[in-house]
Design a protein around this ligand. Structure first.
Ligand code: SAM
Length: 241
């Protein structure tokens, strides 16, 4: 059964321009508005992922590169390499600046590239693991994005998705914080409307069960989801069947 996604008219140029406009304050606002939970969610994705010791990992919609770098800095046993992809130049610049700051040996093990998650420049079955943090919700065509992630993953490789899904939060005080405080505070500090977009894109996106169904229809198996911080975010893992 196919799943209808209401955000199919999302314009990638506008999305890239919006993220570019907030790139400078992105990390700061993430930590502030999530009361540092964003870092906790990302660490959980990294530490419990099925990462082969010498694997090649892909971090899609890498933004300022936290997940890509986290695989290198938080997993001492991991000896492989990571590629991070994003279509916003300022975001990729920030990720490159972070790895330069970390210094040897990290710049040899991670590469940050420009790219479109819906039309990846990689061969089929190239990666041992694909991760994506808060990226799927922005795709102009969610199903194409899921198919592209499936295409570049090796058979048996793991997909790890962090996302804000529709109906994730029902507790009224949290809903009020997400729907009212975050847009107001985030927009004011970033001088943009990106945090209204965050609210609307989350409320209009698929629910987590709908996203799981889409993964299943696209050939993923062993699909497991975890609610984090009262359902504000979900971590979804699946394997290419
Ligand atoms: C909310 S940020 C998430 C950044 C990072 N993954 C994190 O967890 O902090 C979403 C990122 O996805 C990127 N993005 C959205 N759609 C994309 C696409 N189709 N191809 C590549 N990057 C995309 C944006 O430029 C932005 O940097």
């Amino acid at each position: 059964m196919s799943v209808t996604v209401p955000n199919s008219d999302r314009d990638p140029k506008k999305i890239a321009a919006m993220f570019s406009s907030i790139a400078e304050r992105y990390d700061f606002l993430n930590e502030l508005l999530s009361f540092s939970q964003a870092g906790v969610w990302k660490s959980r994705l990294i530490r419990e992922a099925d990462v082969p010791e010498r694997g090649l990992l892909l971090d899609l919609c890498t933004g300022s590169g936290d997940l890509a770098l986290g695989f290198l800095t938080e997993l001492p046993g991991f000896k492989g390499d990571v590629i991070g992809i994003d279509f916003s130049v300022p975001m990729v610049d920030r990720a490159r600046a972070k790895v330069a700051e970390l210094g040897y040996p990290y710049p040899r093990r991670v590469e940050f590239l420009m790219g479109d998650a819906l039309d990846l420049q990689f061969d089929d079955e190239k990666f041992d693991l694909v991760a994506i943090g808060f990226g799927v919700r922005n795709f102009s065509d969610t199903e194409s994005g899921v198919r592209e992630m499936h295409r570049v993953l090796k058979t048996g490789g793991q997909l790890n998705v962090l996302e804000f899904f529709r109906d994730g939060v029902t507790f009224p005080p949290f809903k009020w914080y997400l729907d009212t405080v975050i847009p107001w505070l985030g927009n004011s500090i970033s001088n943009s409307t990106a945090y209204t977009y965050l609210r609307d894109s989350s409320n209009e996106f698929l629910s987590c069960p709908e996203f799981e169904r889409m993964l299943e229809n696209s050939g993923f198996r062993e699909i497991k989801s975890e609610r984090m911080t009262f359902g504000i975010a979900h971590l979804v893992r699946a394997r290419k069947g």
